[in-house]
Ligand binder design. Structure first.
Ligand code: SF4
Ligand code: SF4
Length: 461
């Protein structure tokens, strides 16, 4: 399903390819496999490929795949400038030049300031002259669209959106994070301003695919999603020719769970009406097919059901995963999920939330803390750890709050209680912080992560 980037008119497939986790072994990307995946993605209509300077080997692999397939003009490449390694404008300029060599291109379609976590951080980068530099590069045609990816609180997100005329932005959004970081409120604000939103973490790092509570799985297994028949594209085999790329909604024959060959054509307006009704019987009359969604498909559909979302990024490592995502996304328009799907998501969300430790909504009203504690982010990763039982949450906590000269973790809290007066949830923040510190700031994890980042910086120099 193509969606239109509001400021630019670019037609972007609602399924975007996140190039961070390409297949490979021992940290080395398997280029042949990556190219095959990109070719298959093109045949599924995917045309937005998101990479970053900091994703190891990803820019090079993306550039090599696109060059081999001869499809540069048919795709949008997004990449990102890492902010935490920048000491001055020259650092930004050096990194900027490297993108072009790695990606084997002379222009970047969508360029992002990577991982802004506060308004203050944005102003520091802007004061360094980085934004002016990028705007100048836009006038030279080396960047087509300028945006930022974001992991801070909602109020700062709005301030950054107001700070300049952005083309697009990238936020974390999934059914567990409706109220976290920018959240659906931030999404609505971006839409109001005409800023297109690309969504990352639609599956919350795999949590919504692999760790869904058992009772919620039962509900999901009862769902039947109707996939309307479509013959808007003739099935094509993966190829290394750019002509293989089409701005199409789907390759109907590529879906592994299909039960009926696609034969009928439906107009966009018809499909919108059909989706809005979620009427299985009506769709059945059109020889459409039905399938039971996987938890991952349902989570992806929840993201794409939100008005204002242009595309959701998924890091896909296998053809089957790609096909499954394409099937979930292919004909869903905003507001198109049926009531049964919405209810199943609500139930899964309820069960997940029972495991969550702190009922922080991530609104950011408690900020600023006079001791610079990033309260919502600290609580978010603390919750993440208890829901996922994964070390990733701790690693994210350390890299987001304790590195790059930042001391924004729970250990900086002095228990002054000032923040509690501003918290709409009346959370006992000062009492919770020592628990967060104990759980998330274990020295045997903090020091190795800091060391690894230090080595990365040194390697870049
Ligand atoms: S109680 Fe802790 S987190 Fe809250 S304002 Fe004081 S130092 Fe900051
Ligand atoms: S601690 Fe309270 S005010 Fe702060 S982000 Fe969470 S819910 Fe909002």
């Amino acid at each position: 399903m193509l969606r239109t980037m509001p400021k630019t008119g670019d037609k972007i497939n609602s399924l975007g390819f996140g190039m961070m986790r390409l297949p490979g072994k021992l940290g080395k990307i398997d280029q042949a496999q990556a190219t095959k995946l990109v070719a298959h993605a093109l045949n599924q209509g995917v045309n937005y490929f998101d990479t970053a300077y900091l994703y190891p080997g990803s820019e090079e692999a993306t550039g090599a795949a696109i060059e081999a397939l001869g499809c540069r003009k048919d795709v949008y490449i997004a990449t990102k400038l890492p902010l935490f390694v920048l000491k001055n404008l020259n650092d930004a300029k050096k990194i900027f030049e490297q993108h072009f060599k790695r990606l084997k291109t002379d222009y970047i379609d969508y360029y992002l300031l990577h991982n802004i976590s506060s308004y203050e951080q944005y102003t520091q980068i802007a004061d360094m002259g980085v934004v002016d530099f990028l705007v100048a590069e836009m006038s030279q045609g080396r960047i087509r669209r300028l945006g930022f990816s974001y992991h801070g609180n909602r109020s700062d997100f709005k301030r950054i959106l107001d700070a300049r005329d952005w083309d697009f932005c990238q936020i974390q959004l999934n059914y567990l994070d409706e109220e976290f970081q920018a959240g659906v409120e931030g999404l609505a604000y971006a839409k109001e301003k005409g800023v297109g939103v690309v969504v990352m973490e639609p599956l919350r790092g795999g949590l919504l695919a692999n760790s869904v509570p058992k009772d919620a799985l039962t509900e999901i297994s009862k769902l039947e999603i109707v996939q309307r028949a479509s013959n808007t594209i003739a099935p094509t085999a993966p190829t290394t020719n750019s002509n293989s790329t089409s701005n199409t909604t789907s390759n109907a024959n590529a879906t592994p769970t299909s039960t009926t060959p696609a034969t009928a054509t439906t107009s966009t307006s018809e499909s919108a009406a059909t989706n809005q009704q979620g009427a299985h019987t009506l769709l059945a009359q059109r020889e459409s097919r039905t399938y039971t969604p996987t938890p991952a498909q349902l989570a992806l559909r929840w993201v794409l059901n939100n008005d204002g979302v242009i595309c959701a990024l998924s890091g896909m490592r296998a053809i089957e995963e790609l096909d499954s995502n394409a099937q979930a996304a292919m004909d869903l328009e905003p507001g198109g999920m049926c009531a049964d799907e919405v209810n199943a998501v609500e139930y899964a969300k309820k069960l997940f939330n029972e495991k969550i430790k702190v009922l922080c909504t991530g609104c950011g009203y408690c900020l600023p803390c006079p001791h610079k504690v990033n309260i919502p982010l600290a609580f978010a990763q603390y919750n993440n750890k208890h829901v996922t039982r994964s070390i990733n949450a701790t690693a994210m906590y350390i890299t987001s709050l304790l590195t790059g000269g930042r001391r924004e973790g729970a250990s900086s809290c002095v228990g002054c209680h000032l923040c509690e007066k501003k918290c709409p949830q009346s959370l006992p923040i000062a009492d919770l912080m020592p628990m967060v510190k104990k759980d998330m700031e274990k020295p045997y994890l903090v020091y190795p992560v800091r060391f690894a980042l230090h080595v990365m910086k040194a390697f870049r120099r």
